[in-house]
Design a binder for this molecule. Structure first.
Ligand SMILES: Nc1ncnc2c1ncn2[C@@H]1O[C@H](COP(=O)(O)OP(=O)(O)O)[C@@H](O)[C@H]1O
Ligand SMILES: [Mg+2]
Length: 364
């Protein structure tokens, strides 16, 4: 097992600055998920840890040993890719054994390791099949097995579940969490899916445009996002974020003025700023003072809850809002005009420039 430490790591492809000074310490045995939108530099970061990309600037250490100058084979890392990268002409058994065979491992030890990994992953019955005779989920397990047999000191996963259908993804997610508990090995897992990140991670590192935004446990990021980007990225359905202006203790958005909560006292004359409020904290109300009126564009009934999408008039400058309604409330229909009530007690307050969080509400 190993801890992994990135210090001021940069990656440039010519003039393109892809990773911009990442400092990240992954603890021994930790499951760290690196999450961010497509193109933000996740794979590049992971590939630098694995040694598949060079580091332009900065250092990477594992257990205090500098590794960014070492070739991949000397880093003792197991990597699982989205594409699985199985050898099509080899059986599952041969695929699992290949890495150890290359390292001239003793034959009986290889057989033991292959069986152990196959049992752990529930693929013992498939050992003599070739990859093309396997389902997506089974191929995924073989790809993981190939990393497991080597007993690396750290695993790196690059969106390993994104080729699977939704139900299988949920199942494999649970298996992966169980596997981590069982092996106790350090894992760095990359995904663009924040739900996957929240369900798997000991800690989540949020990356945007090559810059690390925040690192912490899922609920810390959810309740205390460092900035507007993290606030909007973590949580499903996403937080509603609206621009407005705070003057003399009053917050104005569109044509609506709301009294700021006492907790915002330090920012009562902030000027331009943004607020963020989660769909479950908005309510549908009778039109009146302090409500934002709009037309229902979509209603998504999901059973015990429903998402109601509301479009305020374009002139208000307020973008679409999502209101989460629970229970047996009668739902409005698309095209209906409704009023949305905003209670600022439940809102996050963001600075206009940079978007850093000025205030977060206490978790209810
Ligand atoms: N070899 C390369 N040359 C130039 N740009 C690259 C190269 N590889 C990746 N990039 C760019 O770096 C950015 C980050 O890529 P990547 O790490 O794959 O993102 P992610 O995995 O978060 O989707 C992207 O904008 C991508 O186009
Ligand atoms: Mg990627």
């Amino acid at each position: 097992m190993a801890n992994v430490e990135l210090k001021a790591v940069h990656k440039r492809y010519g003039d393109v600055h892809v990773v911009k000074g990442i400092d990240l310490h992954v603890a021994d045995g930790e499951f760290l998920v690196l999450v961010g939108p497509s193109g933000c530099g996740k794979s590049t970061t992971l590939r630098m840890i694995a040694g598949l990309e060079s580091v332009t600037e900065g250092t990477i250490h594992m257990d205090g040993r500098r590794v960014d100058t070492l070739p991949p084979k000397d880093r003792d890392i197991g990597m699982v890719f989205q594409s699985y990268a199985l050898y099509p002409h080899m059986t599952v058994r041969q695929n699992l054994a290949f890495g150890l065979k290359l390292r001239k491992t003793d034959k009986s030890l290889i057989a033991d390791r292959v069986h152990e990994a196959a049992r752990m992953l529930g693929i013992d019955a498939l050992l003599d099949r070739r990859p093309k005779a396997l389902s997506g989920g089974q191929r995924q397990r073989v790809a993981m097995g190939r990393a497991i047999v080597r007993r690396p000191t750290a695993f790196l996963f690059d969106e390993p579940l994104s080729n699977l259908d939704a139900a299988l993804r949920v199942k494999m997610r649970a298996e992966l969490a169980a596997l981590h508990r069982r092996l106790g090995t350090t894992m760095v897992y990359v995904t663009h899916d924040q739900v996957e990140a929240m369900t798997l991670a000991n800690r989540i590192a949020v990356l945007e445009r090559g810059v690390l935004q925040q690192v912490g446990p899922a609920l810390e990021l959810y309740h205390r996002p460092a900035n507007r980007f993290v606030a909007g990225f973590i949580g499903s359905p996403a937080m509603n974020i609206v621009d407005g202006s705070l003057r003399d203790g009053k917050f104005t958005l569109g044509g609506v003025t709301l009294l700021a909560p006492e907790a915002w006292a330090a920012n009562r004359d902030e000027g331009s700023c943004g607020i963020g409020i989660r769909p479950h904290s908005l309510t549908l109300a009778e039109p009146g003072e302090g409500t934002v009126d709009g037309v229902v564009s979509v209603v998504e009934p999901m059973g015990w809850e429903a998402m109601v999408h509301v479009d305020p008039p374009a002139a208000s400058g307020i973008g679409p809002l999502v209101v989460q309604v629970t229970g047996a409330t009668s739902l409005p229909a698309a095209g209906e005009t409704v009023a949305v009530s905003i209670d600022l007690k439940h809102a996050h307050l963001f600075a206009a420039s940079g978007g850093e969080t000025l205030h977060s509400p206490d978790p209810a």
